[in-house]
Write a protein that binds this ligand. Structure first.
Ligand code: SF4
Length: 318
């Protein structure tokens, strides 16, 4: 996993990519645990504000942790989450409330303030991570986040999903890449931290396009990125799309994905922290034709081993 012969990379440690845990430790001086919250939001791409039916890949149940229950209050969910993580991570004392499910800025500002303030009132919660869409952050909400960020840690997690409009259209995202670019610049100019999501392996996106996506991300003022391999989830429109046009989709073996990922992150600016490389839908939801059996931590370990074996690292070709 480490290369003792190499002088530290630009991110100051010897892992071959700018890794999230180290970034967090550098930023906060200790482990800060994210605790997921389902605040009962829907999203503008489901309720008709932007569209109906949602993004073709999306089934929020497949990535919402079991301890999140929108029937419980925000406080109860966070307290349950803190207890859940305490057992695994030796009682981290500081937490970020992670508003994860659906679009967590899709409500009037007064309602958002109530929800966020409830989260911030829980002892040990030092800030928010707010998952949202590029078209759901207006000037008023951004100004509010800017104000909140004077006292608390605030990270906006903006789903880009693809840097190509044809892909965004095919997956019924309801926004363009340029909308993501614009709002990311706006948030960054207000001093807000910005995280992003990207799906790798979308139909029609070649490896060259995915490498170009890494270059486009590198030009944005983002702090972090989460990469996910494409997974098909039972009952989603994307699974139907695959059944109708299997020739448009390519699903990698885990080994092939690692090799491609390595070639992609060689083009990603070293300043961008990588938070994830893999998604892990529960088996009962997962309809992907090639299924990987490894846990996230096992996949990460093997991927880092692969980076060692080919002696490459994030940003090598930037
Ligand atoms: S991915 Fe986000 S924006 Fe798309 S349907 Fe799901 S919750 Fe809505």
């Amino acid at each position: 996993m480490q290369n003792p012969a190499r002088v530290a990379y630009p991110w100051g440690h010897q892992r071959r990519f700018n890794a999230y845990p180290q970034y967090f430790r550098k930023t906060f001086g200790e482990r800060v645990q994210k605790v997921s919250v389902d605040a009962g939001f829907t999203c503008p791409n489901r309720d008709g504000t932007v569209g109906y039916g949602g993004c073709t890949f999306c089934d929020n149940r497949s990535f919402n942790p079991g301890y999140c229950d929108p029937k419980l209050s925000i406080r109860e969910q966070i307290e349950t989450g803190i207890r859940f993580h305490s057992k695994r991570y030796h009682n981290p004392s500081r937490h970020l409330a992670y508003f994860q499910a659906f679009t967590n800025t899709h409500a009037p500002l007064a309602r958002l303030k109530e929800l966020y303030n409830e989260a911030l009132s829980v002892p040990g919660v030092i800030g928010l991570v707010v998952g949202t869409r590029p078209d759901c952050l207006d000037d008023e909400k951004l100004a509010y986040f800017q104000e909140l960020a004077r006292t608390y840690t605030v990270i906006l997690e903006i789903g880009i999903e693809s840097c190509y409009d044809a892909s965004l259209k095919r997956m019924n995202r309801g926004h363009s890449f340029q909308q993501a670019v614009d709002v990311i610049h706006q948030a960054a100019e207000l001093g807000l931290r910005v995280g992003t999501h990207i799906i790798l392996g979308l139909p029609g996106e070649t490896e060259a396009m995915q490498i170009e996506a890494a270059r486009r991300l590198s030009k944005l003022p983002i702090d972090t990125v989460k990469f996910h391999q494409l997974q098909l989830i039972h009952g989603t429109a994307m699974l139907t799309d695959y059944e109708r046009h299997p020739e448009d989709f390519t699903f990698d073996s885990f080994e092939d994905y690692c090799a491609r990922l390595a070639r992609i992150i060689e083009h990603l600016d070293p300043r961008i922290v990588i938070e994830r490389f893999f998604s892990e839908a529960p088996p009962e939801y997962n309809a992907t034709p090639i299924q990987w059996t490894l846990r996230n931590d096992q996949m990460l370990q093997k991927f880092e081993g692969y980076l060692d074996s080919v002696d490459t690292w994030q940003g090598r070709l930037t």
